[in-house]
Write a protein that binds this ligand. Structure first.
Ligand code: VGL
Ligand code: ZN
Length: 184
């Protein structure tokens, strides 16, 4: 049977208000994601997990340093429903925007081995890690959907989030809200 996996991207303290690289309203994705968590065959969460020193921090304020509370999942995220957590950005490089660059597992192989054909993606941030993960998902051949009400953008430039949505759409990513997944 073809399986569907919810992929939760980087719902970590440092990407939420008060965090080191806060995404505006980043914490608003948490209740929206919690509401749908039980609807999937598999739930995988990614975490941005950087060393103290990395060239990544030449582009960004230091964030999600391994072992810090900033790298932890948002405390309200219902982690009891997460089957597998993958880490990315773990070395001194400006990489790991995509969950498929996870270093503790070969994510694409893991999904294939488990019979996953469809990926539903949510989390932070729309214009970086969500986008990179979704574009990779399409490249790896998964039917890929991004839940527009379960993501938020950094918006370094005000329209980055909108541009990211457009780029995902033209690349074959399906965009929809989580409404049809709720309340069942
Ligand atoms: C992210 C910038 C730097 C993300 C991670 O999770 O979208 N953005 N590192
Ligand atoms: Zn990062």
């Amino acid at each position: 049977m073809d399986k569907t996996c919810l992929l939760i991207v980087d719902v970590q303290n440092d990407f939420c208000p008060g965090g080191a690289l806060a995404v505006p309203d980043g914490d608003r994705v948490v209740p929206a994601i919690n509401r749908i968590l039980s609807k999937f065959d598999l739930v995988i969460a990614t975490r941005d997990m950087h060393p103290v020193k990395t060239v990544h921090f030449e582009k960004w304020p230091p964030h999600c340093v391994a072992g810090t509370s900033g790298a932890a999942f948002h405390p309200d995220l219902d982690v009891s429903k997460i089957d597998l957590t993958v880490e990315k950005g773990t070395s001194n490089a400006d990489d790991g925007y995509s969950g498929f660059e996870a270093t503790n597992i070969d994510l694409a192989a893991e999904l294939r081995n488990r019979g996953v054909k469809k990926l539903i993606i949510c989390g932070l941030a729309t214009d970086y890690c969500v986008k990179a993960t979704a574009l990779d998902a399409v490249k790896y051949g998964f039917h890929t959907t991004v839940l527009t009400d379960c993501i938020r953008a950094v918006n370094v430039h005000p329209d980055d989030g909108e541009k990211a949505l457009a780029e995902m759409a033209t690349s074959g990513v399906h965009l929809t809200t989580s409404d049809p997944l709720r309340g069942k």
